[in-house]
Structure formats: C-alpha cells, structure tokens
Design a protein around this ligand. Structure first.
Ligand code: ATP
Ligand code: MG
Length: 325
C-alpha cells in the first residue's frame, strides 16, 4: 500500500495539523510505503515572501521529523523538487469541469476570510489531485477539510481513466485513492472555535515557546458564564482540545466539573495548557537534537526527493504515453 499526504509551509505547524494529519501519517509508516511532502507550490497561493517560504519549508520538515517521522521508512520531500507534478496538474486541468472547482469549500472559505481569489487558489484541488495521483497513492491521511478535495481527485482520475484507459492493459491510468479521516480528530478547533488553520490566526503551535503557548490557550474564546454557573461541556473548545490529550477518566472528570459549576474557564484552560505542554515534551527534546545537526534536514529532503522522482517519472511516462504527448 502506498500512503501519501502533504502539508503547506504557509505558516507554522499547529496542533490541528498534528492530530488531523501528522499523527496518523506517522502511525501509517508501519502499514505501507509512505510519501509525505511539503507543499510549497500550494503555499505560494497565500504566501508571497520568498525567505519566509524557504524558512517555513525547512521548519515543517524539522517539526514533522521531531514528531516522529522516520526518514528511513518514509520519503519526506519538497513538492517543488518534483516539478513533474505541475505538468500533471496541467493535463488533469483539461478534464476538470470549472463547475466542480466552484463548489470547493476550502476556496470559498479562504476568499471569505479575505484572501486573494487568485487562479492558483481556485485550481488548488487540481494540483492536489496531481500530488496524489503522481505517486499511485492508495491512501491519503488528512483532516476533514480535505475530504472534498480527495473526492475531486477521484473524480478527475475517473475522467482520465474513462478518456484514456483503453490504452492501458487494465483499463486504468490512475488508481483511485481513499481518504483516511479519523472522526475523533477530523476538525481540531482553533482558539476562536473555528477550524484551526495556519492562515486564520487562531492556531496553537506544536512547538511554540511556553509563554506564547500559555497565552494562546488562555485566549480561547468562551461564553461569559460566571465561575459558579454550570457550563455546557458539549459547546466548549476547551473540552474539545483537552479531549485530544487527556485520558477517558480525565475527560469525564472535566465534563463533570463543567456541569457542576464552581470552576471558572480560566482554571480549565490552565489544566488544558499543562496537558498540552507535557504531551509535546518528548518531541521538543527530539527537535533540539535534530536542530543541532545542521545538514540532517537537507540530507533527508534530498533522499526523499530522489525516491519521489523515481515514482513520479514512471507515472508521468505512463500518462504522457496515454494522452499522446
Ligand atoms: P492553511 O491555513 O494555509 O490552509 P492549514 O492549517 O489548513 O493551513 P494545511 O497545510 O492546509 O494546513 O493542511 C495540512 C493537513 O492538516 C491537511 O491534511 C489538513 O486536513 C490537516 N488539518 C489542517 N487543519 C486541521 C484542523 N484544524 N483539524 C484537523 N486537521 C487539520
Ligand atoms: Mg488548509
């Protein structure tokens, strides 16, 4: 089985990225051949600062490795080190209905939040389809926000198979990938209760310093219930985030204290911060070790790119032959 996923260097990695994509991706290393990439072409749709893009890309690699990615078992690489992906995206765009892209939530959400409606942002799902299809991927671990993009990928792959599959022995140019979405962690809320995103300013970063992280947690938006008043555990961002880190008993205990009243949101936030800080402690340690080896990240990315190129070149040969280039 081949497993693929990507993450944009559009900012710094947050706990939504961790639970939605990175942790499942790391766990899948033992289930198949894994390809994980830093989506720098995608990040260009929202980030227009070359040094920040370079810096963020290295930082994504560092943070992902610190969280447990094993470069002996997986190929970690930059999307732009496989430029054939953009060639494939062009070919895929020729079978993609504009009406399908117009329905994409992610595009609509970003534009609604004030991001420029550039053509790159609009055609993002096509480039993402190319990212997935160019490695003959079987499974794609992602958060729920990407579910629709994977449906679009399957649709595009089917259209190519229908248009050109005759030339292939099994009638297929592309495999149809399956999303891997964990219902418990599919949408991690940000401090404002909306989907946590690098570009929405509502993030709690995995490797923020202690003071900043505490401040972010203390800034989680709540209703104005008084300390004594009972509080609704089902509507609370604090409890949703706490549930990612705490044991069943600890979650039950916090729920009961919500319902009973007598504890203020500030105390619950402090408890959440302690858990969160403790959870990432071993990863912070590992991160310091990696940082101290200056050439490590470059070596990992180079090796990952070589492996990714091997597969991408094979698939592109098949595609170019099939479509008549
Ligand atoms: P951007 O705001 O630039 O789109 P992002 O925070 O949404 O950044 P991406 O790089 O777009 O992060 O997504 C990387 C992976 O993390 C994807 O698989 C996505 O589904 C997952 N992911 C992102 N945010 C969340 C979240 N809040 N909860 C669960 N998964 C998430
Ligand atoms: Mg996103």
């Amino acid at each position: 089985m081949r497993i693929l996923s990507g993450i944009q260097p559009s900012g710094v990695l947050h706990i939504g990225n961790y639970f939605g994509m990175m942790r499942p991706a790391i766990a899948l290393q033992s289930e198949g051949e894994t390809f994980y990439f830093i989506a720098d072409y995608h990040a260009l749709t929202t980030l227009r600062d070359p040094s920040a893009l370079r810096e963020n890309s290295r930082r994504v690699a560092l943070d992902f490795l610190a969280c447990g990615l094993d470069p002996e078992r997986c190929a970690l690489f930059r999307q732009s080190d496989v430029p054939q992906t953009t060639e494939l995206a062009w070919i895929l765009s020729t079978v993609t209905p504009v009406s399908r892209l117009e329905l994409a939530h992610s595009y609509k959400d970003k534009v609604a939040r004030g991001m420029a409606a550039n053509a790159g942002l609009f055609t993002y799902p096509i480039l993402m389809a190319a990212d997935i299809l160019i490695y003959d991927s079987d499974a794609v671990p992602v958060g729920k926000d990407q579910k629709q993009h994977i449906e679009i990928t399957r649709d595009i792959a089917t259209r190519i198979n229908e248009a050109y599959g005759e030339s292939s022995p099994d009638g297929q140019i592309f495999k149809l990938p399956e999303p891997r979405i964990n219902p418990q962690t599919e949408t991690v809320p940000g401090v404002d209760g909306q989907k946590m995103s690098k570009s929405y300013g509502n993030n709690i970063d995995i490797f923020g310093d202690e003071k900043t992280m505490r401040k972010r947690v203390m800034g989680i938006v709540t209703d104005s219930a008084a300390v004594d008043a009972p509080k609704d555990p089902d509507k609370s961002t604090i409890l949703q985030l706490y549930s990612l880190f705490a044991s069943k008993e600890e979650i039950r205990d916090m729920r009961e204290r919500f319902q009973k009243g007598g504890t203020g949101y500030g105390d619950f936030k402090k408890q959440l911060f302690e858990k969160l800080w403790e959870y990432f402690a071993p990863m912070r340690k590992r991160r310091e070790e990696i940082v101290s080896d200056k050439s490590y990240i470059d070596k990992v990315l180079k090796r990952g790119a070589e492996r990714a190129n091997q597969v991408a070149n094979q698939v592109m040969k098949r595609v170019r032959d099939a479509v008549g280039l």
